[in-house]
Design a protein around this ligand. Sequence first.
Ligand code: F6P
Length: 468
Amino acid sequence: MASTHGAHILVASNRGPVSYALDETGALTAKRGGGGLVSGLSAIGPEAGALWVCSALGDGDREAVRRGVGEEGVRMLDIDADVHADAYNGIANSALWFVHHMLYQTPLEPVFDAEFRRQWAAYETYNHAFAQALAEESAEGAAVLVQDYHLTLVPRMLRELRPDLRIGHFSHTPWAPPDYFRLLPDDIAAQVLGGILGADRAAFLTQRWADAFTDCCHAVLGPGIPSGTRIGVHGLGADADFLRERSHRPDVDERMAALREQIGAAPDGGARKTIVRVDRTELSKNIVRGLLAYRQLLEDRPEWRERVVHVALAYPSRQDLKIYRDYMDEVQRVADDINSRYGTPGWTPVLLHLKDDFARSLAAYRLADVALVNPIRDGMNLVAKEVPVVSDDGCVLVLSREAGAYEELGEDAITVNPYDVCGTARALHEALTMPLDERAERTKRLAAAATALPPAQWFLDQLHALDA
Ligand code: F6P
């Protein structure tokens, strides 16, 4: 099946670099996404003959595939919508995501019943569609970089179809420790690990997640990594050049003026301090406990009332899942509760924005005094890396020790246990009172650590490691 034409470098991921929307007239509009992989791929240039294989996600994407509309260098797979929903919502986001982020409330969940098995079969079909497309599109000996928990079975499936290929798998999530990973039924746990071990190299964002993967292999499959798979770590960093340029465009200045207006001034006329957070409203981001910690701060330290504002940008994510919609409602409810409890005619303690707006995120980064990044568990968390780069006057980072970014930024951040609301409230106070010269020094070191491995280099390193 080896092809003499085909691509020499391939990337596979569920979500691709472009998506299509269908308007009421039937016209399609394309929207290009950003992110590490997009800028990483741009580093190798069009002459490298790279191809990105991704899935059609909505009606617009499916229509684009059917009409043959597409971008050079992207192949979108029109996988049956029900199969995709079972694989993506059912298995990837409701089982594998929950396991790796340790999100279950275990007295009642998970329940791996016949319905789960039915969805698992869809996950296999969906992975197989990717493996098949990659096998068709790859030139002899090509390098294939498979991304994330959606596609754990692809490396082994592809290896069987095309033994000549060099295959890498990269996990953008944390990896669960063995006791938690083994919540999965034994055969499924073995299939996930065995799927990734079909790759020549399995890579992770931090050493901690790489070690957890190895520990799971030992626990589930027996001692030793039972294949020739090499394990690697590539800590994706922030894209300093892009961020610095993008955050000084006029639309960001406009958003800054609007935010300043909403934040207002302290009773003595001085500037109010800002605690900023920016997240997809994702169950693992711990936005609710962040709000509870802020409420505790206002309770324990009344001197901060009227003098601080919590700017919380919480953008919608995975809204097909009820638990995500409920979580968003809870974020809104707790924010409203704080505002009605403590707010005054001239002061809104929490400014909560739910509509995705990248320019506003950058504006909030620029004016943050404190950035709150307190996930329950997170593969890396790029917000923690972006704020120190973009912040105008230096910013204190309050960082969960469960974020991957902690490995590189922990020393210059104020670190918190994400479950400890009182501890997080104390950390916020410490952050708000840090002397400005110390804050500036720490911000400089944070920005240097955060940009050590920019996306382009992160991507190239993985390609080179696959060659080695
Ligand atoms: O943050 C981890 C991650 O797996 C990213 O690699 C990926 O972009 C995202 O989660 C998936 O999110 P979504 O379900 O919105 O595509």
